[in-house]
Design a protein around this ligand. Sequence first.
Ligand code: ZN
Ligand code: ZN
Length: 152
Amino acid sequence: MTVTQQRELQCKWCGYTGALESVSEHVHISNAQVSMQHAVWRCPQCGQTTAVAQWGRDLQFSYKVLEYKRLFRRSTWVAIYDVICAWCGSKATEPAEVNVTVANPVSQRFRYDLYGCRTCGKATAISYLGEIRTHCAERDDVYRSLWYLDPE
Ligand SMILES: [Zn+2]
Ligand SMILES: [Zn+2]
């Protein structure tokens, strides 16, 4: 494993800007904002991983990622976004589920992840295509795996 210094590369977890350690040149991230190859870097300071996709010279997408190791198969990488609770505005959110089923998506192109709020306990759904959009999310009373965006 080589330690490579890449300019303008920053750990998304702790902000460390020193040399990050290359984990992989190209991984597939199941909920990336752009469908491009992502490189993954590990931070020597906090030990967390950051994914980076470079578009041309100027545009760089980078986010926190977590690796889910699977037995005898390639790891799944999941992006973790900074989400503000759509119900109460709290920043104390944490990822709950990737790619949930939504009954009323804004667009069929969108996929949704679910975040839980530690302040109010409610769920926020995000879509992440190009930009992060947040919605209040409510679980169906009967079909517990089905979610509704922005209920009345
Ligand atoms: Zn770090
Ligand atoms: Zn909240």
